[in-house]
Write a protein that binds this ligand. Structure first.
Ligand SMILES: CC(C)(COP(=O)(O)OP(=O)(O)OC[C@H]1O[C@@H](n2cnc3c(N)ncnc32)[C@H](O)[C@@H]1OP(=O)(O)O)[C@@H](O)C(=O)NCCC(=O)NCCS
Length: 347
């Protein structure tokens, strides 16, 4: 019978070895690069003790649930939330109930248990355990060049035809528009972003607290990716931000709008931030911009700015334990703010 305990430093080698077996060498190497930052430096981890549970069987490690503590705001009221991330069970011990023991141990210890972008097996286990399923988080793409619609599985001629037919539309969608507010590149988030978060928190029925400590940890301190940060400014005050990066994908160059915040009713402000990201994406020669958004106000402005909604694979489950909520809470997600920057999705 396995025993589940909080992670101790001496578990590291056995956990790493299990990670390699379950997820493969490449994933293990990239996890190793992120590990200290992800688990020890999270500002929501006061004692710097990784929020990881490990399943032991005698001297062997047979499973783990590694998670990311966050402050979860429910309309401004905060509970201790936790993103479940790297959950794994040794291949020879899967489908014997150990995953369920790990999920329940984690859930018992946190005020809200959250999962984003799940593998098929963990998604099914969340469903089996009846976690409220509110996903997927809608995904939006804005084409900027005719290469944006290319598909590797299509013959060259079909790709050329699609490019030629859609080019006039893409030119209209991607035409530069003037920005109506000031935008400034930042290297760090200062305390004014904590004040901004506090003023906006009541507008979101569910969102991770985006204070300066969290934002700096997540978007300026990550060892595996480099982000650009743009601040939206009015009357010398920061009233929003966008976090983005450019990358090569097999199908072309993409700008990811990873995270953003502004008053969802501030149409000019949100549109200006999106317009800024357009410019940056064009400067980086991206074929398209991709983003994820849940809030109905943001979704509307994203569509209005030329994005199309596409199929999303970013499944989202959440279960709030710390406060009593009616089942209807999980049905009305229009005022929830969840992005690709949440959990460890952008890795
Ligand atoms: C996800 C995981 C931790 C579950 O652990 P487990 O010990 O196998 O889970 P349990 O035995 O407690 O629960 C089994 C349930 O999980 C789901 N499940 C687990 N593996 C599955 C698979 N390969 N295909 C479909 N469903 C699966 C099913 O709901 C299953 O119920 P069933 O057996 O009645 O069909 C384990 O499958 C694993 O390590 N997977 C590989 C790593 C991974 O994908 N991690 C998630 C990253 S987001």
């Amino acid at each position: 019978m396995a025993e589940v305990l909080r992670y101790r430093r001496e578990d590291r080698r056995a956990v790493d070895a299990l990670y390699r077996r379950v997820f493969g060498i490449d994933a293990a190497e990239s996890s190793r690069l992120r590990w200290e930052w992800q688990y020890s430096r999270n500002p929501n981890n006061p004692g710097h003790e990784p929020e990881i549970w490990v399943a032991h069987e005698g001297p062997a490690v047979v499973g783990q649930y590694a998670t990311m503590p966050v402050r979860l705001s429910l309309g401004g009221r905060e509970v201790q939330g936790s993103w479940g991330m790297d959950v794994m069970v040794a291949p020879e011990r899967q489908r014997q109930g150990l995953g369920e023991v790990l999920f329940r141990t984690w859930d018992r210890n946190v005020g809200a248990s959250l999962g984003l972008g799940l593998s098929d097996s963990s998604y099914r286990l969340f469903q089996k355990l009846r976690w409220p399923d509110v996903g997927p988080v809608p995904c939006f793409v804005k084409p900027l060049t005719r290469r944006a619609l290319r598909r590797p599985e299509w013959p060259v001629l079909v790709n050329r035809l699609v490019s030629a037919v859609t080019l006039p539309l893409i030119r209209i969608i991607s035409r530069p528009r003037p920005l109506t507010a000031e935008v400034r590149i930042l290297h760090r988030f200062d305390d004014s972003f904590t004040a901004l978060w506090e003023s906006l928190a009541p507008k979101f029925d569910l969102a991770v607290r985006r204070d300066a400590a969290y934002l700096n940890w997540k978007f300026t301190g990550a060892p595996h990716v480099r982000y650009w940060i743009a601040a939206l400014r009015r009357q010398d005050r920061n009233v929003g931000y966008a976090v983005y990066r450019h990358l090569h994908e097999p199908r072309g160059r993409v700008t990811l709008l990873v995270d953003f915040l502004a008053d969802p009713e501030d149409e000019d402000g949100v549109t200006t931030l999106l317009g800024w990201v357009d410019r940056e994406a064009r400067r980086a020669d991206s074929d398209k911009i991709r983003t994820f958004a849940m809030h109905a106000g943001f979704r509307r402005l994203i569509r209005k700015s030329g994005y199309f909604q596409v199929k999303s694979t970013m499944e989202f489950v959440v279960k709030v334990n710390a406060v009593e909520l009616p089942p209807s809470f999980y049905e009305g997600t229009d005022r929830w703010h969840v992005t690709l920057g949440d959990s460890d999705q952008d890795r």
